[in-house]
Design a protein around this ligand. Structure first.
Ligand SMILES: NC(=O)c1ccc[n+]([C@@H]2O[C@H](COP(=O)([O-])OP(=O)(O)OC[C@H]3O[C@@H](n4cnc5c(N)ncnc54)[C@H](O)[C@@H]3O)[C@@H](O)[C@H]2O)c1
Length: 451
C-alpha cells in the first residue's frame, strides 16, 4: 500500500510499475450493470478487487456466489469468488485498502429533469473520509462536463490532500452495453481523461490492463466524449422514428429502407425505430448537457427537439393500436384484453429502467384495457421509480391457450427468446413496434400491424 507522502513523479511512476505487475487493489464502488462486469474484468487481469456497494442485499448475494443481473449468471460470480482476490463489502472503512477507487454509481434525473448527482457526491464524500496519499480516484458514471473538477476534486481536496500531488483523479466514461454479445468490457476501448500527465499515466496503466485505452487531455473532455456518444444516439433514434411515421403514410416499410441503406459502406449508420426510448442512458444523459449548457448561456435546441419527438412515441403506438383494433376487430381499447410482449427497455436484457413498455401499460390501463405482460427475462415486476403500481405483476406464459385469451398482443421489446411465428399464429391481432415478425410466413402477416 502507498501510505507515505510521495512526490507526484514518484507517486505516478511507482503506481504505473505496480499496475504493470498487477500489484494493486482496484476498488469498484457501485456493483450494478456497470460495476459488476468491471470488477470481473479486473479480476480476470489479475488484480485484487474490492467491490463496495451500499446495497447490503447485493453484497450478500455476491458473497454467496449468486447473481442479481441475468446476463451475468451465477457461475461467473462463483468464478470471481474462486480467484481468492475478490472482497465484497458495504463497510466504507475498507475503501482505505483500494489503490484505485472507481465510482460506478447512478446518475439519474430528478423530478424536474435536472441532473441528480447526489450519488456521485455521497460516494465522493465517503472516499474523502478515507482518502490516503497515493490513491487514484476515477469517476465512471455518465455526467456533464465539469463534474469531476467541480464536485469530485473539490470534495476530495477539502481533506487537505492535493490532487495531482498527493493523490490522483481521472474520469473514464463507461461504455458497457448490457446484453451485447459482440462486445464486452475487454473489447470496448476506454476513454481516459486526467488534468495532468502524471495522473493520466496512472489511470491509463490501470485500464490498459483490461482493454485498449484512448487518453484525452483532461477530465471534462472525457466527460464530453460520453455525452456526445449518447446524444448522437438520441438524435438518430428520434430521426429514424420521424422517418418511420413519414414513410408509413407513403406505404413504405422503414425497416426495409434501413436494411438497404446500411449496405452503403460509409456515411450511414443504422438506427431502428421503436415504441419509445428506454434504459438508464439515452433518455437521461443528453439532458445532463442541456442543463449544463444553460448554465453557460447556451441552448440545446437540437437535443430538446429530439427529446420531444421520442416522448411522443408511446402515444403514437397507442393510437396505431387503437385504430388497428377498431379496423381489424371492430373493438375499442376500453374493455379489451391486451398482452404486452417485452417489458425490458431493449432486447435480451432484464433491465426495465425507463422502459417504454411501462408507459404503454400505463396508457392502456388509463384507456380502461386489461393489460398483462410477457417477458422471458422478467418473471415479476419489481418496484420501479415511475410506476411503482406495477410491482408484483407476473409474466404470463406464451401458451396457445393464454394467447387466445387476448384481443391484441403488443410487441414492445423484441427479445430473441420469443417464438414470433407461434405468437402470431395463436393471436387475433399483433401490433409490432420492432419488426420482430419480419420473418414469419406471409400467410400470417395479415394479423400483424407495424406501429
Ligand atoms: N447500464 C448501462 O448500460 C450503462 C452504460 C454506460 C454507462 N452507464 C452509467 O454508469 C453509471 C452506473 O449505472 P448502472 O447501470 O451500473 O447503475 P446500477 O443502478 O445498476 O448500479 C449502481 C450501483 O451503485 C450502488 N450505489 C448507490 N450509491 C452508492 C454509494 N454511495 N456507494 C457505493 N455504491 C452505491 C447501487 O446500490 C447500485 O448497485 C451511471 O452513471 C450510468 O449512466 C450505465
Amino acid at each position: 500500500m502507498l501510505t507515505k507522502h510521495h512526490t507526484s513523479e514518484a507517486m505516478s511512476a511507482e503506481y504505473v510499475r505496480r499496475a504493470n505487475v498487477r500489484d494493486l487493489t482496484i476498488g469498484i464502488m457501485g456493483l450494478g450493470y456497470v460495476g459488476l462486469p468491471l470488477a470481473e474484468a479486473f479480476l480476470h487481469a489479475g488484480f485484487r478487487v474490492l467491490g463496495f456497494d451500499t446495497d447490503q442485499r447485493k453484497v450478500d448475494l455476491l458473497k454467496a456466489g449468486k447473481t442479481y443481473i441475468q446476463h451475468i449468471p451465477d457461475d461467473r460470480i462463483a468464478a470471481m469468488n474462486s480467484t481468492g482476490r475478490l472482497e465484497v463489502t458495504s463497510n466504507e472503512a475498507r475503501l482505505h485498502a483500494g489503490d484505485a477507487l472507481l465510482m460506478c454509481v447512478p446518475t439519474p434525473l430528478n423530478a424536474h429533469r435536472e441532473p441528480d448527482i447526489s450519488y456521485v457526491r455521497d460516494t465522493t464524500e465517503m472516499i474523502a473520509r478515507h482518502l490516503r496519499p497515493g490513491q487514484l480516484v476515477i469517476l465512471e458514471s455518465t455526467t456533464y462536463p465539469g463534474t469531476s473538477d467541480e464536485i469530485v476534486k473539490v470534495i476530495l481536496e477539502k481533506t487537505g490532500l492535493r490532487s495531482g500531488v498527493d493523490f490522483a483523479i481521472a474520469y473514464s466514461p463507461e461504455r458497457e452495453d448490457p446484453g451485447n454479445i459482440d462486445f464486452s468490457t475487454s473489447s470496448i476501448p476506454k476513454v481516459v481523461g486526467a488534468n495532468t500527465a502524471l495522473e493520466r499515466d496512472m489511470a491509463v496503466a490501470v485500464y490498459e490492463a483490461i482493454t485498449k485505452v484512448v487518453p484525452v487531455s483532461d477530465m471534462k473532455t472525457a466527460e464530453a466524449v460520453k455525452l456526445t456518444e449518447n446524444i448522437f444516439r438520441l438524435i438518430n433514434i428520434a430521426l429514424v422514428n420521424e422517418l418511420k411515421a413519414v414513410y408509413q403514410g407513403m406505404g413504405i416499410d422503414v425497416w426495409e429502407v434501413i436494411d438497404a441503406a446500411k449496405t452503403k459502406p460509409f456515411g450511414f449508420m443504422a438506427f431502428y425505430p421503436g415504441p419509445g426510448l428506454g434504459g438508464h442512458c439515452i433518455p437521461i444523459d443528453p439532458f445532463y448537457l442541456t442543463w449544463k449548457a444553460r448554465a453557460h448561456g447556451e441552448t440545446t435546441r437540437f437535443i430538446e427537439l429530439a427529446g420531444d419527438v421520442v416522448t411522443q412515441l408511446p402515444k403514437q403506438v397507442i393510437e396505431h393500436l387503437s385504430e388497428a383494433m377498431s379496423s381489424h376487430l371492430q373493438k375499442s381499447v376500453a374493455g379489451s384484453r391486451i398482452l404486452v410482449v417485452g417489458l425490458a427497455y431493449k432486447k435480451n436484457v432484464d433491465d426495465m429502467r425507463e422502459s417504454p413498455s411501462l408507459h404503454l401499460i400505463h396508457m392502456l390501463r388509463e384507456r380502461k384495457a386489461t393489460v398483462d405482460f410477457h417477458d422471458p427475462h422478467i418473471a415479476k415486476v419489481p418496484v420501479t421509480r415511475d410506476h411503482p403500481e406495477f410491482a408484483g405483476m407476473e409474466s404470463v406464459p406464451l401458451t396457445e391457450k393464454a394467447l387466445k385469451d387476448y384481443d391484441c398482443v403488443l410487441i414492445s421489446t423484441d427479445h430473441d427468446a420469443v417464438d414470433y411465428e407461434a405468437l402470431v399464429r395463436n393471436s387475433r391481432l399483433v401490433i409490432d413496434t420492432r419488426n420482430a415478425t419480419a420473418r414469419i410466413p406471409d400467410n400470417l402477416k395479415a394479423k400483424v400491424v407495424k406501429a
